[in-house]
Design a protein around this ligand. Structure first.
Ligand code: ZN
Length: 385
């Protein structure tokens, strides 16, 4: 589902400024001041509870008002429209998303409609939403509805790694799932010569960032997760946060999405998967894409083994489904292959039947790989974490 564009043009887009490090939140006011004089921070109560004090202090130190609006939890059209009303009433000129991917997507969409600038301050490194010029809009029930594209990326992306390591490690693991897909999808998009979410052919730069993200994660994800469980900022954590956020963010947007994210979107069509993180469902999409590609068995095995160690789902069981759920899998496959989906950026034609078969096949494959590697059996997903 790429932007309409001339397919022969290469495009790379990215955020105006990317700032990352332990304690970066203390610099928020200083980086916001060039963007506007009337910021409005959007954060849910939980996030505001642990980060609000520092945000207020930083804004005040920069001579900016510290105003905050809550977030309803789902980036739906209704929530976006509500935020637009709040922004207009408040006379805000720069919107700041403080939170996870849902808050960030809602703020980008609201900032665009309200005519303000926008900045993202992710408190978890669980998606590659913070840097991009698009938002994923869901129904109020949590089903994928549409991609919305904006004429610019966030003016500022500010990531405080001290905040990231304060969050439970499963957020970082989900971000690894989202970021690993980036290279698989970019290489497919390059191979097919398809358009990217940035509205043109992939550049070499975006493909290189996608590949770098993949390499950084294979080297650093497991030690970074160990460190985050102990709430420690280490060089491995800094590298993985940058891979999940910046490398994957620019890599997916200007490198191209393909089957993995289309399968993710398809999975949201069945209620069994609601409550799973974006990156968890994307990992099932990555394995499905590898199967569809007929990738070497050793490559699929290594990917399943590694992502199981990361703590990502590698079986249908772990996303609330079974291979025998033929009706549900058919629905997922149908949603993943609608004409507008990015699965048609694969270098070969993919039908709904192909997707359903690939999805059903990963259960047995992954269970065998896990048994051979001495990894635990999958635990069924039965609802919200
Ligand atoms: Zn994603």
């Amino acid at each position: 589902m790429s932007r309409p564009s001339s397919p022969a043009i290469r495009t790379l887009i990215g955020p105006g400024r990317y700032v990352q490090g332990a304690g970066a939140l203390g610099r928020l006011g200083e980086h916001l001041r060039p963007l506007g004089s009337a910021p409005l921070v959007v954060a849910d109560d939980v996030v505001w509870g642990f980060a609000g004090h520092e945000v207020e202090a930083s804004l005040r130190a920069a001579g900016l008002p510290a105003r905050r609006e809550g977030f309803g939890g789902v980036p739906s059209a209704r929530e976006v429209d509500r935020l637009v009303g709040v922004v207009r009433q408040a006379g805000a000129d720069v919107l700041v998303a403080l939170g996870g991917g849902s808050t960030i997507d809602a703020v980008k969409a609201a900032g665009f409609l309200a005519g303000t600038r926008w900045a993202t301050v992710p408190t978890v490194a669980s998606t590659d939403a913070p840097t991009s010029a698009l938002a994923v809009i869901y129904t109020d029930a949590g089903e994928f509805e549409e991609y919305r594209f904006f004429p610019r990326n966030p003016d500022l992306v500010l990531v405080d790694t001290q905040l990231i390591v304060s969050a439970p490690a499963h957020f970082l693991a989900a971000g690894v799932g989202d970021a690993l897909a980036t290279w698989l999808e970019a290489r497919a998009t390059v191979a097919s010569g398809s358009a990217t979410m940035a509205g043109g052919l992939p550049t070499q730069a975006a493909a290189a960032l996608a590949r770098l993200s993949w390499d950084v994660l294979w080297d650093n994800a497991l030690p970074a997760l160990d460190a985050v469980r102990d709430h420690l900022v280490t060089p491995a954590v800094e590298k993985v946060v940058e891979a999940n956020t910046l490398l994957s963010g620019v890599g997916f947007e200007s490198g191209g999405l393909a089957a993995a994210h289309a399968v993710h979107n398809g999975l949201t069509a069945v209620p069994q998967t609601h409550g799973l993180a974006h990156g968890q469902k994307v990992n099932i999409g990555s394995i499905t894409q590898l199967v569809l590609e007929g990738a070497p068995t050793s490559e699929i095995r290594d990917f399943v083994e590694f992502t199981t160690r990361v703590g990502l789902p590698t079986t249908l069981t772990e996303v609330g489904l079974r291979p025998s759920d033929t009706e549900e899998l058919a629905r997922v496959a149908a949603a993943a292959t609608v004409p507008a989906e990015t699965i048609h950026s694969m270098p070969f034609a993919v039908s709904a039947a192909d997707v359903a078969a690939a999805l059903a096949s990963i259960e047995g494959f992954s269970r065998r790989v896990r048994a051979e590697a001495g990894l635990p059996e999958p635990v069924p997903f039965t609802g919200r974490h």
